[in-house]
Write a protein that binds this ligand. Structure first.
Ligand code: GUN
Length: 304
């Protein structure tokens, strides 16, 4: 049977470290980090995710500022709010929950957040820093969480075959870059890739972020492979109830080496990494040094 990687337990550990850092700063008379969270409209899933992020802030000692905007807010009004938060020295991090309504250009909004407050790591400057491996920009939370989960079971990444399924800016592309930085041989695939099962069968590491329930079947996994399931899909059951499942057929994953569960795998790590990123944003250029023991090792090749 595959090892089930306990994302909830790992997330709790990271949250405790972030909370301890913030408490230590408080004892030295330094202010709490502050995160502004912007939610446009009433998308039910987004409301749940934002609720989790706000609760995590309270748990670790981050001050949160919540902005719930009407679904018909104009792009200009969202931009004006971001400009105000960019200029506010008491705000360390700004997060705009996605998706945005169709009439608001998400790229224009994400580009407006100053890179040093971009705790989602979606600004082109931070994307560029990640892709060049230069500088210590803020990196997207879900891919960072995936890397920390992998780190708990993979002793050495160098030379391993990694297959990413999904090409989104939020998960697929950044996690592929992080795996490449750790010197994996990375294949990026997506739902239109031909011969996907054969490609996945070669992989030592599989990261699935395709948004297709049960896409990855048991016989796709190479024996011993580590499978990270980023999918969060709500499916209807015969009795009329619903259930959250991932992109992996977990019941079939007998011969994988390790697997993340859904729920309780990547999801809690995403929220914990957002807290770590908010602390990093508050620390500014000291972040690299102070977070050395927390998240940074996940991003750099060992021995380099
Ligand atoms: N919607 C789905 N995932 C994310 C995320 O990581 N950040 C934001 N801001 N919105 C999302």
């Amino acid at each position: 049977m595959a090892i089930v990687i306990d994302g909830k337990r790992m997330a709790d550990g990271l949250l405790e470290r972030v909370a301890a850092d913030i408490a230590g700063r408080g004892q030295r008379g330094l202010p709490r980090p502050a995160l502004a969270v912007i939610l446009v409209g009433g998308d039910p899933a987004s409301q749940i995710y934002v609720g989790r992020k706000l609760r995590a802030c309270a748990r670790v000692g981050i001050t949160s500022h919540e902005f719930r905007l009407d679904p018909d807010v104009t792009e200009g009004e969202v931009v004006a709010l971001i400009d105000r938060l960019n200029a506010d020295p008491e705000v360390d991090g700004i997060l705009v929950q996605l998706p945005l309504p169709a009439h608001v250009d998400a790229n224009a909004i994400l580009d407006r957040i100053v890179p040093d407050k971009d705790v989602d790591g979606f600004h082109p400057v931070n994307v560029g820093r990640l892709s060049t491996g230069k500088g210590h920009g803020l990196v997207p939370c879900t891919p960072l969480g995936c890397m920390l989960l992998l780190d708990s079971v993979v002793p050495e990444f160098r030379g391993l075959d990694a297959v990413v399924i999904g090409k989104s800016n939020i998960v697929g592309k950044p996690v592929a870059l992080m795996l490449l930085e750790r010197e994996c041989t990375v294949t990026v695939t997506h739902i239109a890739t031909q011969g996907l099962p054969e490609i996945v069968r070669k992989a030592d590491i599989v990261v699935v972020a395709a948004g297709h329930p049960g896409l990855v079947r048991g016989d796709w996994a190479k024996p011993g492979a580590v499978v990270i399931d980023v999918g969060i899909n709500r499916i209807a059951l015969a009795d009329g109830s619903t259930r959250i499942v991932g992109d992996v057929c977990s019941a079939e994953m007998d011969h994988a080496g390790a697997l993340t569960p859904v729920p309780g795998g990547v999801g809690p790590m995403t929220v914990a990494c957002l807290m770590a990123n908010t602390l990093a944003a508050a620390l500014g250029h000291d972040a690299e040094r102070e977070l050395q023991g927390a998240v940074r090792p996940a991003l750099s090749a060992r021995g380099h």
